[in-house]
Design a protein around this ligand. Structure first.
Ligand code: PLP
Length: 319
């Protein structure tokens, strides 16, 4: 087995808490507590990606995402910590009063290029072209694709499986529930569980891609990691279950029912969920497991996203 290098960015292990909501208990793995400015799931991936960027002695780290991308913000801050400059290609427009993650990107000094939705479809080509321009100026750039979901990046969630195995007996559980954007977090967990020959199910809530596309991305990435890191195991693809239909309102939107659930959950537990990922995933967890009394057999993975809330204050206030 090959283990990639990492730099320390995340506060780990994150706790597994027993949370009580509407008189029902469940398990929550608090990856929203991987740090303060650097919080959420992206930090585990960036530990490995930034190690590679530093090893390559790159001048600049480039990445992409929505205007409120947690990944882009985490990359900017991780780059600051690693002494690197960052350039972001964001789907959205400049604002006179930037908020949430967008605001943080600006104050941490990221160079931002704003793209329309259509332009963003070619964001990988745009980043490659930018790298070529830089190389003519004798500068190098390390490109981190959407969500940090490369095989190196998702090693963060392969090692996450070792972490939870030390905290809880996963053989006594049914599954882990996780919000999926690029799918790297779920892919890392599935590869890690396959490595340990565990039959814990991975319930993935697709917030961005269609069900079949999400499944394809997660399985391809998990399989590629198994090959790259030379794991002696088979990918347990039958243990990936996509819980579809929880982001029908669209990636950048959230419906009123889910916002009400987020607010009630916050008031009762003190834990804040975000409007793009964890709020939608929690709705699925609530419907499929918690309301059916299966909360203690399934872990809800809180992947963070707190700054995204501050990009949606109007909706939170008016619901
Ligand atoms: C808060 C939060 N949860 C979940 C995800 C999804 O992670 P992944 O892209 O690894 O599927 C993201 C991705 O941006 C996120 O910011």
């Amino acid at each position: 087995m090959k283990t990639p290098n990492k730099i320390n960015l995340a506060v780990t292990p994150t706790p597994i808490e027993t949370v009580s909501f509407q008189n029902k208990k469940f398990l929550m793995k608090r990856d929203d507590l991987t740090g303060a400015e650097l919080s959420g799931n992206k930090v585990r991936k960036l530990e490995y990606l930034m190690a590679e960027a530093c090893k390559e002695k790159t001048d600049l780290v480039m990445t992409c995402g929505g205007i409120q991308s947690n990944h882009a913000r985490a990359t900017t801050i991780a780059a600051c910590k690693a002494g690197l400059k960052s350039k972001l290609f964001l789907w959205g427009s400049e604002s006179s009063v930037p908020d949430g993650n967008h605001f943080l990107n600006i104050i941490y000094g990221a160079d931002i290029v704003y793209l329309t939705k259509r332009e963003f479809e070619n964001v990988n080509d745009i980043m490659q072209a930018e790298r070529k321009i830089l190389s003519r100026k004798m500068k190098t750039a390390y490109i981190i694709p959407e969500g940090g979901s490369t095989t190196k990046g998702i090693y963060g969630y392969i090692s996450f499986v070792s972490e939870i195995k030390k905290q809880i007996n996963i053989d006594e559980l049914n599954g882990i529930v996780v919000a999926c954007g690029s799918g790297g977090t779920a892919a890392g967990i599935l590869a890690g569980l396959s490595y340990y020959k565990s039959d814990l199910k991975v319930y993935a809530i697709n917030v961005l891609y269609e069900e079949h596309e999400m499944r394809r991305k997660i399985l391809n990435l998990a399989q590629a990691a198994i090959l790259e890191f030379k794991f002696n195991c088979r990918l347990r693809n039958e243990n990936l279950i996509i819980l579809d239909g929880y982001s029908k309102e669209g990636y950048k939107s959230i419906n009123k029912d889910k916002l009400k659930l987020i607010k009630n959950f916050a008031k009762e537990t003190g834990i804040l969920l975000d409007p793009v990922y964890t709020g939608k995933a929690f709705k699925a967890f609530n419907d499929k497991f918690l309301m059916k009394g299966k909360g203690m057999k399934n872990i809800f993975l809180h992947t963070g996203g707190i700054f995204g809330v501050f990009g949606r204050t109007d909706e939170y206030l008016n619901t």
